[in-house]
Design a protein around this ligand. Structure first.
Ligand SMILES: Nc1ncnc2c1ncn2[C@@H]1O[C@H](COP(=O)(O)OP(=O)(O)OP(=O)(O)O)[C@@H](O)[C@H]1O
Ligand SMILES: [Mg+2]
Length: 338
């Protein structure tokens, strides 16, 4: 698999006038595969923006190596770096649009800097406007647009120079949930249709769950957990990851469930993929003397993979219950006792 971005042993210290240097990133090692959507999640101040801005060297690491598309960016001159940056589009939480320019002019801006011929530029802007769905708004100014529409302009502008990578800094944090969904599905579309690798940072696990393939969790300038979204969601290891997961999970941390104590053994069963829709639990219990009560359940999806989670009380003698648990395990479900 082609490694598009490699961050090797990155450390970033912010020099401060009246205090000791602040270490914002330490020991960051990260590899992004071409074509993936990679999410970085962390609380405010964890170092997410610093990490993102290290990729295109808007923020130059104090030490370490940044390689993008096989080029060691940390060794390039400022002029060479400018060229490479064109292939890394960036979008921001607060859009950063030119207020005195129309939608068209905002999108054309990076093309003007690239000195594209007027005709090619017009065609390219037309394509981009169509891609982000702003045909009716193309002559309006940013103040005449909704937040979601502004972010669409931001996305089109970031795509103008046909980048290989899209760096997204909290791209949906200023938007309401519905608009967030529409922007996320636009990003997913762009990733699928244009094959652009996306690195996004967020403090919302819902964003990670909706579109990311892999995720890294950051705390105090370090990556504390990394893996596929499915694995991290279903088996969060670090306490901060557990907190993030519980924010979007209906079943974890429910007060009512904590207060319940029944006669049987309470287990959590995670289903993923097609098994989510199969009557696996029923089939497994059927051959025994045991019964079960469903205490809680959800079916959802991570990106395109369906998953389900059931909290079940298994009632029966111990050998039956243990047999059920090992049978579920054999069929590929993750079972954990609560
Ligand atoms: N120019 C700077 N000088 C000194 N410290 C800085 C500077 N920029 C950022 N920091 C500090 O570095 C840490 C990481 O900042 P960063 O902006 O990367 O965090 P973040 O995870 O993006 O947070 P948020 O979710 O609030 O955007 C913070 O503690 C911040 O105060
Ligand atoms: Mg930030």
């Amino acid at each position: 698999m082609f490694r598009l971005i490699e961050l090797i042993d990155i450390e970033k210290q912010y020099v401060q006038k009246k205090a000791a240097p602040f270490i914002a990133l330490r020991g960051i090692n990260l590899k992004l595969t071409k074509g993936e959507i990679f999410g970085v999640i962390g609380r405010s101040g964890a170092g997410k923006s610093t990490l993102l801005r290290s990729v295109n060297l808007l923020e130059r690491p104090t030490s370490g190596t940044v390689i993008v598309g096989g080029h060691h960016l940390t060794e390039l001159s400022e002029k060479e770096l400018q060229e490479k940056r064109k292939k890394m589009g960036m979008i921001f939480q607060h859009f950063n649009l030119l207020e005195t320019a129309t939608v068209r002019e905002n999108i054309a801006f990076p093309l003007k800097i690239s000195k594209l011929p007027a005709k090619v530029m017009r065609q390219r802007v037309d394509e981009l406007i169509k891609l982000v769905g702003l045909t009716d708004q193309q002559h309006q100014y940013p103040r005449q647009l909704s937040g979601g529409q502004k972010q669409r302009v931001g996305i089109a502008r970031a795509l103008a120079n046909e980048p290989d990578v899209l760096l997204c800094d909290e791209a949906t944090s200023a938007l309401d949930p519905q608009t967030t969904d529409s922007i996320l599905s636009l990003l997913k579309d762009i990733n699928e249709k244009l094959g652009i690798t996306i690195l996004l940072i967020t403090h919302e696990m819902g964003v990670i769950r909706a579109i990311c393939d892999r995720v890294a969790v950051m705390e105090y300038g370090q990556i504390v957990e990394i893996g596929t979204v499915l694995d991290v969601f279903l088996h969060p290891a670090h306490p901060i990851t557990r907190e993030f997961v519980s924010e979007v999970s209906d079943t974890l941390g429910s007060e009512a469930l904590k207060a319940y104590s029944g006669p049987g053994k309470i287990v959590r069963i995670n289903f993923r993929g097609e098994l989510t829709y199969e009557p696996v639990l029923y089939e497994t219990v059927r051959g025994t003397q045991a019964t079960f009560a469903i205490l809680q359940g959800t079916v959802s999806r991570m990106k395109d993979v369906p998953y389900g989670q059931l909290i079940v009380e298994l009632r029966g003698d111990e050998s039956d219950v243990n047999r059920i648990i090992s049978e579920l395990d054999k069929r590929g479900l993750a079972v954990s006792e609560l």
